[in-house]
Design a protein around this ligand. Structure first.
Ligand SMILES: C[S@@+](CC[C@H](N)C(=O)[O-])C[C@H]1O[C@@H](n2cnc3c(N)ncnc32)[C@H](O)[C@@H]1O
Length: 327
């Protein structure tokens, strides 16, 4: 598998500068926050894989169930001899394999372009998916749209963009429309996207999934503080912070926080300042918005897409929604 790191030369310095700015902005804000995309350093990607394999975390199992059921339906719907499958935030790719295998079983040639901000995601992916005579792979380590811009220069076939695992739930109502319009701009008329939406459901099911009993989610969130300590010279003491995941019914979203267990000051050398935390003060880390079918229809209609179908798992916990680009 070929792996391209987009903007490699500039990447390290630019990425570190952006990380510094985002941490400074987030920790100076009231309430404090840190952007979720920074979860995924090498260790973060490995911990996320453990979350997805835990029995409390239903989204991955549910989506695996859906993709197993529709793997042979997608090639029948798309009817292409050759297709470019682009995946945004691929992770370990074990669900992507189901989709790809469906196309190659139907003798469709697949050019797979997995995009992920995490280099480690490409290593995990490489253990799950290998090239063959019907499958070529170019992994791209970059932000979503940098990767899409890079691919546009090479991709001439019909595109199927995968955005799986409820990544879309991390955007709020305004951000999600901006994201989808930007994606629409990168696609041609009649290109397809398959998006994973986690559905509204019994709140206890959500709370269990986002507070798994093995503590992987706790480790995942605390790892962001370790990353700040390592990359920016911070002195966060992880034993003085606690993970807290809760559901906000007005927003329709799971929210994830780290709480400071006592009054404390944390110094971050490269930012040349320290940050004060009051007892039980929160750092907001992540939204995970939950949907119902009419929300999904609204989003597609308002961002330039037509819904082809919503595919559900056996429990109706999750849907993968197939849309066609309309220009
Ligand atoms: C919640 S995980 C989902 C992984 C996989 N799609 C799945 O369903 O299991 C999010 C993935 O998106 C990647 N990611 C997050 N923000 C990104 C960004 N802005 N650009 C590119 N990749 C991103 C992370 O590194 C991570 O692998």
């Amino acid at each position: 598998m070929k792996v391209t790191i987009v903007n490699q030369e500039k990447k390290t310095d630019d990425a570190l500068e952006q990380f510094s700015i985002d941490v400074l902005t987030g920790l100076c804000s009231k309430p404090k926050n840190l952007p979720a995309k920074y979860f995924y350093d090498d260790e973060g990607s490995k911990i996320f894989q453990k979350i997805t394999q835990h029995e409390d975390y239903y989204p991955t199992r549910s989506e695996f169930n859906i993709l197993s059921k529709i793997a042979d339906t997608l090639p029948e719907l798309l009817k292409e001899d050759e297709i470019d499958i682009i995946e945004l935030g691929v992770g370990d790719g074990h669900k992507s394999k189901l989709v790809i295998d469906g196309f190659t079983r139907a003798k469709t040639k697949v050019n797979f372009y997995p995009i992920d901000i995490s280099r480690e995601a490409m290593n995990l992916l490489n253990t799950n998916i290998q090239e063959n005579e019907l499958l070529s792979i170019e992994g791209i380590v970059s932000e979503y749209f940098q990767g899409l811009t890079h691919i546009r220069e090479n991709s001439t076939n019909k595109k199927l963009v995968l955005f799986l695992g409820s990544n879309i739930g991390n955007f709020n109502n305004v951000q999600v429309q901006g994201f989808l319009r930007r994606l629409w701009l990168c696609l041609n008329n009649d290109d397809y996207i398959l998006i994973g939406f986690d559905l509204k459901k019994d709140i206890n099911k959500l709370l269990t999934a986002y507070n798994d009993s093995a503590g992987h989610t706790t480790n995942f969130n605390l790892n962001l503080l370790t990353r700040i300590n390592r990359e920016l010279g911070g002195n966060f003491d992880l034993s003085k912070f606690q993970h807290f995941g809760t559901y906000n019914p007005s927003l329709g979203a799971m929210l994830s926080y780290l709480l400071s267990l006592e009054a404390q000051d944390v110094e971050i050398k490269s930012l040349e300042r320290s940050f004060h935390f009051k007892p039980y003060e929160a750092i907001h880390l992540e939204y995970s918005f939950k949907y119902i079918e009419s929300d999904i229809e609204f989003l597609s209609g308002h961002t330039g897409f037509e819904v082809i179908d919503h595919f559900y798992d056996d429990n109706k916990y999750f849907t993968d929604s197939l849309w066609k680009t309309k220009k």
